[in-house]
Every structure is written in structure tokens, then in C-alpha cells.
Design a protein around this ligand. Sequence first.
Ligand SMILES: *Cc1c(COP(=O)(O)O)cnc(C)c1O
Length: 430
Amino acid sequence: MQRRRDRDFAMELDRQDPLNSFRERFLIPRHSSGKEEIYLCGHSLGLQPKRVEAFVVRELKKWGELGVRGHFEGEDPWLPYHELVTEPMARLAGALPSEVVVMNSTTVNLHLMLVSFYRPTQKRHKILIEAGAFPSDHYAVESQIRFHGFDPATSLVTLAPRDGEDLLRMEDIEAAIQHHGDTLALIMFGVAQFRTGQVFDIARITKLGHEVGSMVCFDLPHAVGNIILKLHEWQVDSAAWCSYKYLNAGPGGMGALFVHQNHAERSDIPRFAGWWGHNKERRFLMEPHFSPIPGAEGWQLSNPPILSLAALRASLEIFADTNMEQLREKSVQLTEYLIYLVKEELADQIKIITPEDPAERGSQISMRVKPQPGSHTKEQGQALFEFLCNQGVACDWREPDLIRVAAMPLYNRFVELFDFVQLMKQFWQR
Ligand SMILES: *Cc1c(COP(=O)(O)O)cnc(C)c1O
């Protein structure tokens, strides 16, 4: 289809979109003007599915009516409640149900993952991450290195893009893995890169890491529900993610942990254990000796927050009515359309730093203001960001100079992207 720059064309794309009606299943925030916001912040906090309230209220009622008996009685008793989200979550990660457990939050799960899969020795003690990794990832790996008596100055390898570039090149990742070779204990990458939206080649990094004998783990809050994942097939050792970004499970929503089948059944892997990871048949015998549930469930510590799980169920129910292939197809169309409009309408003002190749990006597009005569780019960027917020666009600002937007295939429309670009144009036409 020949692209056009008018609003009718955007409306035509929406009419042809097979996922168009999914938007009706979400609550859309309103701007102070009373109009619906152009919500492009699903990479930060996904919107609320309308059915969340019903799911949560049902558990509140159960608690009110049954008290402690709610653990065993009524519909969906709480004791096995977390099992209800395992299969749909595993599907989104391309994992076997036995490889996934929903529990805790991302950073807690990163630590549990590191406890099991970062096993440094005098010779093999290094962790390779990106220099621009999410701060929590830095803090987690540095503290784990110290916890094992090593020094981040010699055990943490950080990889940055080349001077003047925003994106990491695969050849540089490959060279770093080769260079550090048998001193690498663990490689951990965040996908998609939270600042740039760059999607790294998980399958390839995993293969390269395994070739030098390293464990390979991923931090995937920006990947699950965003791009197509095959964690099992790709032989990823372990991964963690959250459910409040692309998975729309609400603020502070629960995290998940993936442990590959290659490791998940092994009881000899060290782990920090808790009673919820103990053999289900024997849990309430309250024995002191720990015997883990086979699979990722054996990494559980505590009984889970049922209200958070209930909210997540409302979201996963929506994903179950479509699939990642369909969502991904629309997501690529949305980003291609946005990139087209920005290039056509704002070529002199905006630089998109997210990769052009759809295989290297998800829903997120990161952009910065190009140097303008007589003004500082960072200040212009911040002024543009504030203007957009005031006009009812939800997007975010990342230091030092980036505006991040993401159009979600479940609830965003092409016409919103058209209106968003028009607003950016207005900023320079004021
Ligand atoms: C969002 C995000 C987190 C958030 O951590 P929480 O423990 O859920 O607060 C961590 N790492 C990455 C890469 C993220 O994108």
C-alpha cells in the first residue's frame, strides 16, 4: 500500500487493522482537556485492562467470604493460584510451562537468577553487560560480584557503543565475548535496550556465550509481550522480566523467572530457597529439609500476592485472544508508519536513534532533537517533551536527551501516531 501523509490514510490503516477492537478492552487515561490521552508510554506502564477490577474484586470477595478457607475453597483457590498464569506467560516467552514461574519483581528475580547462574571461580569470574544497561542491572551484578568476594573493577566488563554511535554493533558484542573467552562466567543483556529500543540477537549471543563456556542470561522487561521470543529453543540459561510494562498488569505488577529445562530439573544448582519452592505435596508437613519442586517453580520463595496475580490474569486473558505473531505484525506496521511520518515531516528537527531494521526493534522508538540554529539540543528536547505532555501525549524523557514513545498493538491506533507527529510539527510552527 502506498503510504500517504494525510489523516484519512491513518484512519484507513485503523479500519484495516484486525486488532482494532482490542482497544475497547482497556481504560484510556484522559488529559485535563477531557480528551483521551495519546498514550505512548506502554513501555513504562501498560494501560489497565477493564476486566482487572472484576478479577481483583473477586479475590477480595473470596477473602471476605471465606477468610483462610480461600486458600483451598471456592473457584480458583489461592494455594495453586499462581499456576493459572504459568502457561499463558510461558507462551509469551517461548518457554515450556515448567520453565516459567511468576513471582516477586524483576530485580529480586535477577538476584535469584544470579545466585544460581553466576558461579565465579578464580579463572572464570567475569560478567559481561552493556555499559548502558538499566541501573538495576548494574547494581545487581556489581553487588553479586562483591558478594562472591570479587571486585567489579576486574570482574565486571561493560560494553559501550563506539564513539559517536548510539547502538551496539553485533560484531563488537561478538569480539568482546571472544576476547574475554574463558574468563567469562556470565553474559547478561537487557532486551530491548531500555534507552534506545535496540533488540539484540538473543539466539546469537546465547550461542556465542555457550561456545566460550559462559552462562547466558537476559533481563527482558522490554521484550516479553513486545517481541517474539523463543527462550527454550534458543537455549537461554535463565531470564527475568516484569509484567507492568508490555504486559499491562499494573504498577509494581509481578515479575517472572525463566530457568531453562537444562537446569530447571537439577536439584544440585545452588539457589536461595523458600517454602513456596518446596515439594507441593509435602509443603504443609512443615519439614526442615528443602526438596525443590522440579522446574522453575522450585525457585519460589514466598506465597504470592493474589491481588497482583488477579490483575495479571485479566491482562493475559487479552493476550490469549490473539498471539505474538499478530501483535508483532501490527507493532512493526505502527513503528514503520511512525518512522515514515517523522522522516517526511520532521527530517530537519528529529533524529530517530532506534534501529531502522524491524528485526532490531520492538514497539519503542527513541528520538532526539537535532541541533537547531541558536538553541541547545537538550533544552529543545525538554521543551518539546513538555509541550507534548501539555498537549495530552503520554511519553517519557530519558536523560540526557531522549524522548521515548511506544505504540502498543493492543491499544494504540495509527491515527494517534498521525496526531502525535502533527503535534511535534506544531511545536516548531508556534
Ligand atoms: C523496568 C526494568 C526493571 C525494573 O525493575 P523492578 O525490579 O521491576 O523495579 C529492571 N530492569 C530492566 C531492564 C527494566 O527495563
